[in-house]
Design a protein around this ligand. Structure first.
Ligand code: AMP
Length: 215
């Protein structure tokens, strides 16, 4: 099963990708997580990506495409994978197709999580992320069992710098100008499935599952 999850920042891509990872035992590949980890580690990639992320801009296609090409070679990707946050431009989508074609793989389905702008902003401003395992929480909709502590690894939670209001606006702008056209791209390939991502997490997961298992 090879799945791409599309959707604006805050649409719940990471949450649903984690759910699918658990359910199907295939890796959840988040380019945002890979880049944030590189920033934390202070690697060359991290130094390059840092200011783009901090300003809510997309990192250059060439940088991210190489990362994904390498990651998809992993043995854990043989049975499938869930891509979260990639592709984000038509150039990335074309590159993904080429990378997969060389491996004799194809994307099975693209899920687009649709959420209103009002809900996106509410979700992003209340989002908290585990410093250890990057699990997502929300102060109101999905609080951890123990205040500001991760349910999975007991690490503390933090707010992503790019979830602050100014940067959120820029990220939404990048989404609208560069990423949203991918819905048409995948619709034309007959791969796109629209999901109402504005509902509660469990309801969205249910719709995601029934869509995937309808195939
Ligand atoms: P995310 O966690 O998916 O919201 O990504 C956080 C940030 O990482 C984005 O705002 C971009 O700066 C960068 N990023 C993640 N994935 C990509 C991508 N596929 N192409 C370009 N930049 C990306």
């Amino acid at each position: 099963m090879r799945i791409v999850i599309l959707g604006a920042p805050g649409s719940g891509k990471g949450t649903q990708a984690r759910f699918l990872e658990e359910r199907y035992k295939i890796p959840h590949i988040s380019t945002g997580d890979i880049l944030r980890e590189a920033v934390t580690q202070g690697t060359e990639l991290g130094r390059e990506a840092k200011s783009y992320i901090a300003n809510g801009k997309l990192v250059p296609d060439s940088v991210i495409i190489d990362i994904i090409a390498e990651r998809l070679k992993g043995v854990d990707c043989k049975r499938g994978f869930i891509l979260d946050g990639f592709p984000r431009t038509v150039t990335q989508a074309d590159a993904l197709q080429n990378i997969l074609a060389k491996m004799d793989f194809k994307i099975n389905m693209v899920l687009n999580l649709k959420v209103s702008e009002k809900t996106l902003i509410r979700r992003l401003s209340g989002r908290r992320v585990c410093k250890g395992c990057s699990a997502n929480y929300h102060v109101e909709f999905q609080p951890p069992q123990i205040f500001e502590t991760c349910d999975y690894c007991n690490e503390g939670l933090t707010q992503r710098d790019d979830d602050k209001e100014e940067v959120v606006r820029q990220r939404l702008k990048e989404y609208l100008t560069k990423t949203s056209s991918l819905c048409v791209y995948y619709k034309n390939q007959g791969l796109l499935e629209e999901i109402d991502g504005g509902k509660e997490i469990l309801k969205v997961s249910k719709e995601v599952l029934s869509t995937l298992e309808r195939e």
